[in-house]
Design a protein around this ligand. Structure first.
Ligand SMILES: *Cc1c(COP(=O)(O)O)cnc(C)c1O
Length: 404
């Protein structure tokens, strides 16, 4: 995104024109950014050529997943719906891994029928259920077991998943017990140790600790896993100051790990692939002025973008038309929903704004649309992709009659 003669553009298309043509609120993705992210990710870890499974929960748009598939990526799914979407988008089932603490009989059965690469089990009960289904089908099922390494990922509390009080995975003693119980099973083939310690991780050190704790456990068991699945969680920059995760340092740590334990590496990145590719274009409905601050009331709301309300996440806001006049007054950008948490951003100053002007909320490609809902019976926004200055509708705006 950049300003050309004061007008904000996405891949050289003016944001104001997109808003006028397709209406607001609108999610708009940049294909070239997506391509750059994937190529950069691949290049950064090419020394051990991992299997990269895109975390579908970060963005479930079928056309975007199709584009991601063209770069050879697989998928990490966490529900039957996501598995069906990944298959529908053409992802090779042999590149799909299935995570999640509460997979049902129906979901496991479906995953087995699709012959996916791995079901990453997260409890002893789940492994038992997989074994039962395998017996019924007279098949040997390949699984991973998710370890909870008890590592603080140093990220938002709400998106940390690798500490012992988080619901995910099994602790090291249970892990060792499960490997011993199932390594000679007739119906279960243990193929993978998986971990995922959290999301939006900016420091490589928690990953180093995670790798060390994996090695420690692997040394205690005499068993060779074909795959080590390191999950996702690579953090991106949501503002101009914040650094993103240093892939180089993470890569060095993994190479060290592979020197001690040679195996294939799986990654499950979501945010780092899709996060900075998307913007939410919105129109200012009203500006309500009070003594202390101006409320900028947008036509986008927490049902369209939940992250600020859900985790207190901060997304940058940019005006579609840049002006020089700055208003030194508190600004709160809010949506129209009847919740006080329906608020996107508080700023001490912003450029002078007018009603009906367009703004964009930045870096909403991950956990934006996919976390959206119909709360307040608001229809879900349109999704657009800009590829080579052509605008493609990749999801139509939901109509009221779709749900009323
Ligand atoms: C959510 C999730 C991911 C993706 O996390 P990002 O922070 O988007 O990279 C990967 N693996 C599992 C198991 C997850 O739950």
């Amino acid at each position: 995104m950049k300003y050309l003669k004061k007008k904000l553009t996405i891949e050289n298309v003016k944001v104001n024109l997109i808003a006028k043509k397709y209406g607001t609120p609108a999610y708009c993705y940049s294909y070239s950014k997506l391509k750059r992210n994937i190529e950069n990710f691949k290049k950064s870890f090419q020394s051990f050529s991992p299997l990269i499974c895109f975390a579908v929960k970060s963005n479930t748009n079928r056309d975007l997943i199709k584009e991601i598939k063209k770069f050879g990526l697989g998928a990490d799914v966490v529900s039957m719906g996501e598995l069906m979407m990944a298959v529908k988008a053409g992802i090779n089932p042999k590149k799909i891994v299935f995570s999640g603490v509460g997979k049902t009989f129906e979901e496991i059965n479906y995953a087995i029928s699709k012959n996916i690469l791995l079901i990453n089990a997260e409890s002893e009960s789940e492994i038992k259920l997989i074994e039962k289904i395998a017996k019924l089908k007279k098949k040997k099922i390949e699984i991973g077991v998710r370890l909870n390494p008890n590592i603080d990922a140093k990220t938002l509390r709400q998106i940390s998943t690798g500490k012992k009080d988080n619901k995910f995975g099994v602790n090291s003693s249970t892990f060792i017990k499960l490997v011993n119980n199932y390594k000679n099973s007739k119906y279960i083939k243990l193929k993978c140790l998986s971990v995922h310690i959290g999301s939006q991780i900016l420091d490589h050190k928690p990953y180093e600790k995670m790798l060390k704790s994996i090695i420690k456990i692997l040394k205690k068991i005499n068993y060779k896993f074909e795959f080590i699945d390191l999950g996702g969680g690579m953090g991106i920059s949501y503002n101009d100051q914040e650094k993103k995760l240093d892939y180089k340092k993470y890569c060095i740590a993994i190479n060290k790990f592979l020197n001690e334990y040679n195996s294939k590496i799986i990654f499950e990145p979501g945010r780092s692939i899709i996060g900075n590719t998307g913007t939410l274009i919105s129109k200012i409905i009203y500006i309500k002025k009070s003594e202390k601050k101006n409320f900028i009331i947008l036509d986008a709301a927490m049902n369209d973008l939940m992250r600020p309300a859900l985790y207190g996440a901060v997304h940058k806001i940019m005006p579609a038309l840049k002006k020089t006049k700055i208003l030194k007054k508190n600004h709160e950008f809010v949506g129209p929903i009847c919740e006080s948490t329906d608020s996107f951003l508080n700023l001490k100053k912003f450029q002078d704004l007018k009603e009906n002007e367009i703004i964009v909320i930045c870096d909403v490609g991950a956990y934006g649309m996919s976390l959206g809902s119909n709360y307040n019976l608001r229809p879900k926004p349109i999704e657009l992709m800009i590829k080579g200055s052509k605008i493609k509708i990749i999801k139509k705006r939901q109509k009221y009659l779709d749900f009323i």
